[in-house]
Every structure is written in structure tokens, then in C-alpha cells.
Design a protein around this ligand. Structure first.
Ligand SMILES: Nc1ncnc2c1ncn2[C@@H]1O[C@H](COP(=O)(O)OP(=O)(O)OP(=O)(O)O)[C@@H](O)[C@H]1O
Ligand SMILES: [Mg+2]
Length: 270
């Protein structure tokens, strides 16, 4: 079974260190939930695993299927079987959805797919996702609603059939029915591939099988547990981390804690 292995990963964005020695390993036969407070580095981790050049690895390593992929380009990682469903999928004007899907699929194959086969695969995926087939002729994500963009990410996953799927807040922006649909698709796909799933809410995780849950705080995996961790966070937030585990969530610049409002109140009390 291919495995993703990350060791002591340090990553900087715009010269600011975001990941500070993160270690984690995920098998492609399991589903791992990744949680953590806003701004602690979850999306940074996924972007780095996928090879976004804005995220600079300053030390540590990322291995997939035994191969060091730390220096590989995005398309090479994709060919190895990694896939990222982004938190904020980009609009790509001028690139047609069908052309994009066909080019991506062909990049993963030795011989280009026949038009007949391709339309069979495409039709099946659009049907499964309950997306009107007319949307296939529009430009990639251009003018798509928030939910349509997220559904389009899952559609890409169905077509590319990766070995390890990273989904970054796939449930945000989806209506209740769409969350149910995406949950049922993930559940079905869990038999064929591994998942690393970021979500802030238990409702998506409730619909699928979860093997392990990680909490990412201050740029490292601060705690690992089972599905019960998700329920605890859903009900209590993250305050208990300090009381029960001595993990204090670092705040951004001290300036942020002193709002203009509180200064004004303090001043008027002098
Ligand atoms: N391209 C960038 N330029 C500047 N700062 C960035 C960039 N990308 C990420 N950051 C900063 O890195 C930190 C971690 O961001 P990241 O998006 O990884 O957080 P997150 O854990 O995914 O949060 P959320 O739960 O809100 O999605 C944040 O402070 C963010 O502002
Ligand atoms: Mg994020």
C-alpha cells in the first residue's frame, strides 16, 4: 500500500514560518481527519504536499510510495496519485472544463483516452455528482457558485482516480443535500483510495469512516486520536487543549489582541 510520509517538515510562506517540524504518515488504505484552529497551517500543509511553489520547504521531507517527492513539480505529484481538492478553487478563464479534464486524464495515462471512452467516464462522473452536463462546456470554475466549485473538485477526483485524496474544507459552501452527496461518494471511494480530510465540522465526518484524527496547532501535529476527538472539538472547541494537554494556541501579532475598541474603553476609564 503506498504511504505518505512527512518528517520534520518546516515550511515558510512569504518568509514567515508556518509549519514548524510537522511529522505525519498516512496510508492509502485509511482515512484521516485533520482539524485545527483557523490559521494554524492546515491548508499550507496540503498545498505543500501538492507542490505549490509559493510554499517553501526549508527542511524536512515528504515521501510518497517510498519516493522523496519534496522537489517534484505539481504535475509529477499528481501523476504519482496525489490529489488536492482545494479550499478555494481558482477560476481559470479561457480553459474549458472538458478540455481541462481530458488533458488531466491523459497526463495520467500512457496512451490518450479515446473520445468515446472519455465521454463515458465524463457522463458517469457528472451523473454521480448530480451536476448538469451543460456545465462541462463552461470555463473551469469561472462564475461557478461556491458549492459548484466544491462539487467540481469531487468530480475531478472521480475522473482522475488518485491514490491519496486531500480534501480541504470540501463541505464549506455545500448545501445540506450536497454535503450528504459528497459524504456518500467519499464513503464509497474509501474502499479504493486513502483520504486526508480537513473540515471544521463533525457533520461530514459523521457520514464517513474515519480511522484517525489529527489536530494541527502552531504548525505541528499537536495531538492524534480516534473519531471521538472530532466530537470533542465539535462540542468544546480547542480551549481544552491547554487545560488537558498543556498546548497553548499561539496568537498572531500581539497587536491583534488590543482592539481599538478596548483601548478606547480603557482610555475613557482613566
Ligand atoms: N500565500 C500566503 N501569503 C501570506 N501568508 C500566508 C499565505 N498562505 C498562508 N499564509 C498564512 O499562513 C498561516 C496558515 O494559513 P493556512 O491557510 O494554512 O491556515 P489553515 O489552518 O488552513 O486555516 P483555516 O482553518 O482558516 O483554513 C496564516 O496565518 C496565513 O495567513
Ligand atoms: Mg485552510
Amino acid at each position: 500500500m503506498p504511504k505518505l510520509e512527512i518528517k520534520d517538515l518546516h515550511v515558510s510562506v512569504e518568509n514567515k514560518e508556518i509549519l514548524k517540524g510537522l511529522t505525519l504518515s498516512v496510508d492509502t488504505s485509511e482515512t484521516v481527519a485533520l482539524l485545527g484552529p483557523n490559521g494554524n497551517g492546515k491548508s499550507t500543509l496540503f498545498q505543500t504536499i501538492m507542490g505549490n511553489p509559493n510554499y517553501r520547504v526549508t527542511s524536512g521531507s515528504i515521501k510518497f510510495d517510498g519516493k522523496d517527492i519534496t522537489e517534484l513539480e505539481v504535475d509529477e505529484r499528481s501523476k504519482l496519485g496525489l490529489f488536492l481538492g482545494m479550499q478555494n478553487p481558482s477560476e481559470v478563464p479561457g480553459v474549458n472544463n472538458v478540455d481541462f479534464l481530458k488533458a488531466s486524464l491523459n497526463a495520467h495515462r500512457e496512451k490518450p483516452i479515446s473520445l468515446f471512452e472519455f465521454y463515458k467516464v465524463l457522463n458517469k462522473a457528472y451523473e454521480e455528482m448530480h451536476i448538469p452536463f451543460e456545465m462541462s462546456s463552461r470555463n473551469l470554475n469561472e462564475g461557478f457558485s461556491g458549492g459548484e466549485k466544491k462539487k467540481n473538485e469531487i468530480l475531478q477526483m472521480l475522473i482522475l482516480q488518485p491514490k491519496l485524496v486531500m480534501l480541504d474544507e470540501i463541505d464549506s459552501g455545500l448545501d445540506v443535500d450536497a454535503v450528504q452527496l459528497v459524504g456518500s461518494i467519499i464513503k464509497k471511494e474509501q474502499a479504493n483510495r486513502g483520504f486526508l480530510i480537513i473540515s471544521h465540522y463533525a457533520r461530514l465526518y459523521d457520514l464517513i469512516h474515519v480511522d484517525r484524527a489529527f489536530i494541527l496547532v502552531n504548525g505541528v501535529i499537536a495531538l492524534e486520536g480516534d473519531k471521538s476527538l472530532i466530537k470533542k472539538i465539535d462540542q468544546q472547541g480547542y480551549e481544552w487543549l491547554k487545560k488537558e494537554h498543556g498546548i497553548e494556541i499561539e496568537k498572531e501579532e500581539k497587536m491583534n489582541e488590543v482592539s481599538i475598541g478596548s483601548c478606547a474603553i480603557k482610555d475613557s476609564m482613566k
